[in-house]
Write a protein that binds this ligand. Sequence first.
Ligand code: GDP
Ligand code: MN
Length: 335
Amino acid sequence: PQPPYKDGVPEQYYKPSDPVQLPERKANATFVMLVRNSDGPNIMNSMKQIEDRFNRKFQYPYVFLNDQPFTENFKKYISQLTDAPVEFGLIPSDHWKQPDWIDEAKATAAREDMMKNNVIYGGSVPYRNMCRFNSGFFYKQELLQKYKYYWRVEPDVKFFCDIDYDPFLLMQDEQKVYGFTITLYEYETTIPTLWETAKEFIKENPEYLPADNAMSFVSDDGGLTYNRCHFWSNFEIADMDLWRSEAYTKFFDYLDRKGGFYYERWGDAPVHSLGAALFANKSQIHFFNDIGYRHEPFQHCPQGDLHKNGKCWCDPGSNFDYEWYSCLSRYDKLF
Ligand code: GDP
Ligand code: MN
């Protein structure tokens, strides 16, 4: 008689995975992916790694966000990658589109000027919408209201190591509010007036800065100038209450009203980084040294025991931490 078959393979060859023992304690947290339909294959690439290296054992939910409706195919294939809940949200257009109080002639001139100077994404309106959305709107989405912590994941990133503990619980138990893996300098041409604007805000609202803030991470001269250091926001594990706070809410609105998301090309990375450096205690900013991570063209590869414990597959010799363009040593100096 024929052996029982499963997907064309005799069942005797199968070894079922051990049933997953879900942890007793979890944080109020989710993954967040802002993507287009065309990012489907590339975000599946990232999500599969997250599942295999971490979430298979922890079952945190996913929230996918898009300024266009997700296609049925997108939702189907994404949902098949995990046993955890997956939700898909459509971003309200007033959270995404260039506001009408932006002077379009001035914005157009700025884009043309940046294109001439080969500023990366300098001519793009959608990229600016995305930066503004990530700076001040993602945590206002309806699907995210029930969550406190999030882990931002982008298409085509790499996670090199097993993550055998819950980074969200670490954030919660250690009272961290912002976690990063890579930190570097921002292009001056994208943020010419960002620091002046932030300084005006600080001058008008000094009460929002805790005494123990991380100002010295972003300024080498006590706040006079910005050294352009920022956390690379394509990876973030953070507490949305930081962005939902009165301080950051007013800060974002202040920046937004100045128009620099469109008249310049302010990125969400420097904006979040200034938010974290100014409004959090420095002890609340966490370097996830054990999380091996790559977003082109840089990677953080854990060293020594961390590399071994995580069974990491990155080349330890290829590690951005103390390259000349990294800001990690400035973070180290905070402590
Ligand atoms: P880079 O990392 O700065 O080069 O920018 P990316 O192209 O990776 O964009 C950053 C994130 O925003 C990624 O998760 C993208 O999928 C997402 N993104 C960028 N532009 C758009 C857009 O127009 N619509 C949507 N829905 N997502 C976008
Ligand atoms: Mn990216």
